[in-house]
Write a protein of this length. Structure first.
Length: 405
């Protein structure tokens, strides 16, 4: 409804290219430091379960970007932010079941049963963090390029698209288009609770979506040495240009093979297996055999992203991991309506640029510092965890990390 629309319009400028570039220094500083410390602490080959590792990295990155907090969940895994985050983003057990009901359009059922999607203590924790952060920043005139700052701008109705956004907006093939642009007057009034809810939603997406993307990308890259070699060559070429400097937003945007690898990962292993939409007016659809189906107003329609993106009609030999599908020479063969990892239309995933930026930066530094190989504990072929709401490997994602010289 209008409440969602006004909120979306108010937030859309927060995810434009210029805002992502402003946050990139926070991201690349963390990613480079975390991977360098991991490489320095390794004594030769190390075996790691990378889902847990990247969830910790994601927790720290999103705590910084969403809430302005400095956390180290690798050295201190019991920190309260990590523990609350694990409960909030869980895709198994009771929390996973609640998320599953929401994907089926079951928000009203949860409300009727008196069940909260977010546990009360977790919601109170995030609200307290946001309220204290806002108070401290306003009292001390502190500006930091993160989401708290952008949401405070939205509260003051001064968060708008910049003139440089068009040049920086494309984050690669997977970038979704924003349909609702901000206007000079946005009736949405942002309370501390609204800001906490928005920051928490970015936190969830930044951890769960990005971790899923990373785990499956590493799985495919480690299974395909030729792809890993080509990817590493691109990384080395970019780093040679940068010298001792860190990866920049513009340099990342120029990395075509990195984008191809991430895009093919999203095609074969989409983080959102099913999209649900609510019909806002009666619609008559005709099937391929001529049968007409009426979708009633208020009815829910589900689309299987997995089925579409693995359909040989659209993607020949769909189970083969082939980044070349998305090369400059081949991408024109892709029907954009069959590529839906972040949804489509006005309700697509608003945080797709952030998820892509985070995943690409972590992949860059992982393969800058390490060669990755399959472990004896890696499931080949991959066995999925049927108890998880999202895509995940049964028994985890185990790999051998070998520090590069």
């Amino acid at each position: 409804g209008n409440s969602w629309k006004h909120g979306r319009i108010g937030l859309s400028p927060a995810f434009t290219g210029s805002k992502m570039r402003n946050m990139f220094e926070l991201l690349t500083s963390y990613c480079e430091g975390a991977m360098r410390r991991l490489a320095e602490s390794a004594e030769g080959r190390i075996e790691k379960e990378v889902k847990d590792l990247f969830q910790r990295f994601g927790n720290d990155i999103m705590a910084s970007i969403s809430f302005g907090m400095d956390i180290d969940s690798v050295r201190d895994p019991d920190n309260v932010f990590h523990q609350k985050g694990k409960r909030f983003t869980a895709t198994t057990g009771i929390q996973g079941l609640k998320f599953f009901l929401v994907t089926l359009g079951g928000e009203k059922l949860l409300k009727w049963l008196g069940i909260r999607l977010t546990p009360r203590d977790v919601a109170d924790f995030y609200l307290d963090v946001v309220s204290r952060t806002i108070k401290y920043r306003e009292e001390n005139s502190i500006v930091r390029p993160d989401f708290i700052h952008l949401l405070l701008q939205a509260r003051k109705n001064i968060l708008h698209h910049d003139q440089h956004d068009e040049k920086l907006d494309s984050a690669g093939f997977s970038t979704v288009e924003e349909h609702l642009k901000s206007t000079s007057e946005n009736p949405k009034q942002w309370t501390d609770l609204d800001i906490a809810a928005a920051a928490a939603s970015f936190f969830f997406g930044g951890i769960e979506t990005t971790t899923t993307m990373l785990c499956f990308a590493i799985y495919e890259i480690s299974l395909n040495p030729d792809i890993q070699h080509k990817f590493r060559d691109e990384i080395d070429a970019v780093q040679e240009e940068l010298g001792d400097g860190r990866l920049t937003y513009e340099a990342m945007q120029r990395m075509k093979y990195l984008d191809m690898v991430v895009t093919e990962t999203l095609r074969k292993w989409p983080p959102f297996g099913v999209l649900t939409r609510k019909c806002n007016k009666e619609y008559v659809m005709e099937n391929a055999d001529g049968t007409k189906v009426t979708i009633e107003k208020g009815g829910h329609v589900q689309f299987s992203v997995h089925a579409i993106q693995r359909d040989p009609q659209y993607y020949p030999d769909p189970m083969r991991f082939d980044p070349e599908r998305f090369s400059d020479e081949n991408r024109h063969l892709i029907n954009q309506d069959t590529f839906l990892p972040f949804g489509s239309g006005p309700r697509n995933c608003i945080g797709s640029r952030l998820a892509l930026m985070q995943a690409k930066c972590l992949l860059y530094y992982l393969f800058r510092y390490f060669t990755v190989e399959i472990s004896e504990r890696t499931n080949v072929p991959l066995q999925l965890d049927i108890t998880a709401l999202g895509l995940s490997a049964k028994n985890g994602f185990w790999f051998i990390l070998i520090p590069r010289k």
